[in-house]
Design a binder for this molecule. Structure first.
Ligand SMILES: Cc1cc2nc3c(=O)[nH]c(=O)nc-3n(C[C@H](O)[C@H](O)[C@H](O)COP(=O)(O)OP(=O)(O)OC[C@H]3O[C@@H](n4cnc5c(N)ncnc54)[C@H](O)[C@@H]3O)c2cc1C
Length: 309
């Protein structure tokens, strides 16, 4: 029986593991992979102490720090967490079973899917959820970005460095990105804004995506555009299913609800980072929340739990 099992090895989980190791706690860090979304982040320019750092290099730094403190993440996927008499039981996809007194969810978030025909089939063959990783593969071809928020505009901006034309599709009647970013992107000759449009289907052949079927919601017209790349930027979905199965309360957006000490609605269950209802979902906040959660767990295990949300 461990004192703690941390699920998820992005910045929140890694930060928590570093604090747990320094507190000499008996704990496990279970994660599908180390680094989380940072692996795909590309250049990071807003982490304290680094004017600019590449996502992969940043993850390597985190691994180096974990090694120094003898933190060895267990690479596995958690498929179930259940209450036991004195704590929690955790099952993984590889068939392992672990027990702990407390659980810390640092499971992060994943991109929302369009759920249209062709999306699954062409993922990795034209359909992308990571413009930072994939934009350079779309040199001199036409692409479409779906989503008119900051991420969609950032994707469009980056793609103008490579693609011939960038269609920017938004289902509602306005774009909601920051003004400066909007001005910059919409002034590019390469960008074709398309408000009130909905993607119906992604079509292609053995080589990959060839066209996208769209509905113009204003003119009530269905037509297709020829593109080789589809960048989906319609928001993030928190990985909160395991917590929900334990009875933990979530918001309408499925974010785990926490108090300012990272406690959830269920005794002994804590959460930190992008899987929670914190407003700012960033590397620096995830790292800070992971540290705060760990100190909160350490406090509660040492002195008992004083209050609960
Ligand atoms: C393209 C891109 C660019 C970004 N750029 C920046 C930037 O420049 N600056 C910035 O501050 N932020 C940026 N972000 C956001 C930042 O990466 C996230 O806010 C941060 O990584 C959140 O950390 P986290 O630890 O909460 O979750 P995540 O990084 O999502 O990590 C969660 C981890 O949990 C694991 N996991 C989930 N479920 C399970 C399970 N059942 N079993 C085991 N493991 C599980 C996942 O595999 C993952 O390793 C960017 C994100 C993306 C996608």
């Amino acid at each position: 029986m461990q004192q703690l099992i941390i699920i998820g090895g992005g910045p929140a989980g890694i930060s928590a593991s570093i604090y747990a190791s320094r507190k000499k706690m008996d704990f496990l860090l279970l994660t599908r992979e180390v680094g989380g979304q940072v692996i795909k982040a590309g250049e990071i320019e807003n982490y304290l102490g680094y004017a600019m750092v590449d996502g992969i290099a940043f993850v390597e730094k985190m691994i180096e720090q974990m090694r120094k403190l003898d933190v060895e993440p267990v690479l596995d996927e958690v498929i179930n967490v259940e209450r036991t008499v004195d704590g929690f039981g955790v099952k993984t996809i590889s068939g392992k079973y672990y027990e702990a007194k407390t659980i810390l969810f640092c499971t992060g978030a994943e991109h929302r899917r369009l759920n249209v025909p062709g999306e699954k089939e062409y993922t990795g063959r034209g359909v992308s959820y990571c413009y930072t990783c994939d934009a350079p593969f779309f040199k001199d071809v036409d692409v479409v970005v779906i989503g008119g928020g900051n991420s969609g505009f950032e994707a469009a901006q980056q793609l103008t460095n490579y693609a011939s034309q960038v269609y920017l599709v938004e289902i509602s009647d306005k774009f909601v990105a920051d003004e400066v970013l909007k001005e910059k992107v919409l002034s590019s000759r390469k960008v074709k804004p398309m408000l009130r449009h909905r993607i119906l289907e992604i079509r292609g052949d053995v080589k990959g995506v060839k066209e996208v079927l769209l509905e113009d919601l204003e003119k009530r017209r269905i037509y297709s555009i020829q593109v080789e790349g589809v960048f989906v930027e319609i928001g993030l979905k928190p990985n909160s299913e395991l917590a929900k199965d334990l009875g933990v309360l979530t918001t309408q957006r499925e974010e785990i609800i926490i108090d300012c000490n990272n406690r959830t609605s269920e005794k002994g269950v804590y959460a930190a980072g992008d899987c929670t209802n914190i407003f700012a979902k960033q590397i620096i906040t995830a790292a800070g929340e992971g540290a705060k959660a760990l100190l909160s767990i350490y406090h509660d295990l040492t002195y008992g739990i004083s209050s609960w949300i």
